[in-house]
Ligand binder design. Structure first.
Ligand code: MN
Ligand code: MN
Length: 294
């Protein structure tokens, strides 16, 4: 598929501005709901759309946590802020981790995740083997006395498709397969635990799993809205609650039961240890590799 380089770079530029903005916003004690909504509003204000709900995952929750519409949790601990911007379906996906207490282990996890990302991003060309990127992440982890999360990985991105098929590992898989040209997100996760995640509670983040029809008029109306506004990108109950009120929650339940929607589970470090993440999106071309989000 032809890449829309202009849209890709514009989404990346907006993501850079939103990252800077998020640093002014993420403070201990601030409502997670306020952080998520302000980040999503800033993305729109700058001319983009959220590519997925802002993920605010705390401590041992590695990913797939977004505030509910009536969330009362406040920011604390080791907080990962992972958000995406899209322009016409072309996504910039980026994350960083905030240390909201004085725990030195948390800071070391953050520094190691950032260093692993920096190492992984060094000298990427279309011929770079996937295994060698994972090796850099793993080497950085073990040097610091940590583990990468083995069953979380980076991913290729195509238009309206956040996880487009290619997996970019966070450990040495031995794969000689080259990364190739195109758009990719690289995202090392670091932990002091065993280095795997398990599925936790439902996240209220969904995406369309398969085409299908429902008889229920309410579910039908909500599905039409989802198809028109989010297409195949993830969305959350909070967004639909804002538009349709509590009846959206019932419709989501029906659509999930019918197998039309998939609800992502939260992903939790298996041993309950804290997790830090760092992520950038890159555009790999024959002649150069651009970090669109950094
Ligand atoms: Mn991300
Ligand atoms: Mn990603």
């Amino acid at each position: 598929m032809e890449l829309n380089q202009e849209a890709i770079l514009k989404a990346g530029k907006i993501a850079q501005q939103v990252r800077a903005y998020s640093k002014t916003l993420v403070k201990p004690g601030v409502l997670l709901l306020e952080i998520a909504e302000k980040i999503e509003a800033k993305i729109e204000e700058l001319g983009g759309k959220p590519a997925f709900p802002v993920n605010l995952s705390m401590n041992e929750i590695a990913a797939h946590s977004t505030p509910t519409y009536n969330d009362v949790q406040t920011a604390k601990g080791l907080l990962k802020v992972d958000f995406g911007v899209h322009i016409d379906g072309w996504v910039a996906d980026t994350a960083e981790t905030f240390n909201l207490d004085t725990n030195p282990l948390h800071q070391k996890l953050i520094d190691t995740a950032k260093e692993a990302l920096k190492q992984a991003l060094t000298n990427i060309t279309p011929t770079t083997p996937l295994g060698s990127i994972g090796k850099k992440v793993n080497d950085t982890a073990t040097h610091a006395g940590f583990q990468p999360i083995h069953n979380l990985s980076g991913h290729s991105i195509t238009q309206h498709d956040l996880h487009a098929g290619l997996t970019i590992p966070n450990y040495d898989t031995g794969q000689s397969q080259p990364i190739g040209e195109g758009l990719c997100a690289i995202e090392p996760f670091m932990t002091s635990g065993v280095g795997r995640v398990r599925e936790g509670r439902p996240s209220t983040i969904y995406s369309i799993a398969k085409e299908g029809n429902v008889r229920d008029p309410l579910a039908r109306e909500i599905l039409a809205f989802i198809e028109a506004h989010y297409r195949t990108l993830p969305f959350c109950a909070r967004w639909l609650y804002k538009k349709f009120g509590t009846r959206a929650l019932l419709a989501l339940q029906r659509l999930e039961q019918a197998g039309i929607l998939y609800q992502y589970p939260q992903l939790i470090e298996e041993s309950g240890a804290p997790v830090a993440q760092a992520e950038h999106t890159i555009l790999i071309t024959k002649t150069k590799t651009i970090i669109t989000t950094g």
